[in-house]
Write a protein of this length. Structure first.
Length: 250
């Protein structure tokens, strides 16, 4: 089956009111003519409402993170209920920076993801291995361990609301990018694992996108790969080259 491409832009902890206005103006000039493409951007929480009010309707706005808990005495958290109240349809979970800097375990990420799904959000679920793990030939072991934690607690139907973002940690923000052969092999192996552990139907339909120093000069080669269904872009999502990355999926 033909899977719809997804191009995601993770703005991380960047942006002022003015720079967000400028970036939204830039993105509004991009003519998104393909009906086989979704574009989703994730501003910092403070700028979600501003971005949502300014961006063209063909660009969805996502949260970068969501709480494990609901409303209540959880200082500093963003509950799924609040994201939905803001009119959001998407959240990211499991980004490597959340796993590394805030000690989010596979189990915590899985529970956050399940709660978001249960309340009706769609999720960009991030997984990825470190340089040491890749060098030790443990890439698939790590990715399947992270994904198994989620598969254990959700239903097969839930996968329709999940996009898996494969982010080799060694390639994030380093300028190093997985070769097309590495990206294709990893995505293909993960899809084969999903076919065996979840179902062939889910393996065929679930979108697996790549995130790891995606830029304007490598996006076209990567998007052409059979098992790469789009990108989760970091630094380049804040620059004019994001337009080229979006258009690579047309």
């Amino acid at each position: 089956m033909a899977r719809t491409y997804l191009i995601g832009g993770n703005w991380k902890c960047n942006g002022t009111v003015q720079s967000v206005k400028d970036l939204c103006a830039l993105l509004n000039k991009v003519e998104i003519t393909s009906d086989k493409l979704e574009v989703v951007v994730a501003p910092p929480a403070l700028h979600i409402d501003l971005a949502k009010s300014l961006l063209q309707k063909k660009i969805a706005v996502s949260a970068q993170n969501v709480s494990l808990t609901g409303l209540g005495a959880y200082t500093g958290e963003l509950a799924a209920e609040q994201l939905i109240d803001f009119g959001l349809e998407w959240t990211i979970t499991g980004h490597s920076e959340r796993r590394a800097y805030y000690s989010e375990s596979d189990e915590v990420v899985a529970k956050k993801t399940k709660r978001a799904l249960d309340l009706g959000l769609k999720v960009i679920f991030c997984i990825g291995e470190s340089l040491e793990e890749r060098q030790a030939n443990k890439t698939l072991d790590v990715l399947t361990r992270q994904t198994q934690a989620l598969a254990d607690i959700i239903t097969e139907a839930d996968w329709a609301k999940i996009v898996i973002a494969y982010e080799p940690v060694w390639a994030i923000g380093t300028g190093v990018v997985a070769t097309p052969a590495q990206a294709q092999e990893t995505h293909k192996d993960l899809r084969a694992w999903i076919a065996g552990k979840v179902s062939p139907a889910v393996a065929e339909s679930v979108r697996i996108i790549y995130g790891g120093s995606v830029k304007g000069d490598n996006c076209e080669e990567l998007i052409a790969l059979n098992d790469v269904d789009g990108f989760l872009v970091g630094g380049a999502a804040l620059k004019p080259e994001f337009e080229k990355i979006i258009k690579s999926a047309f």
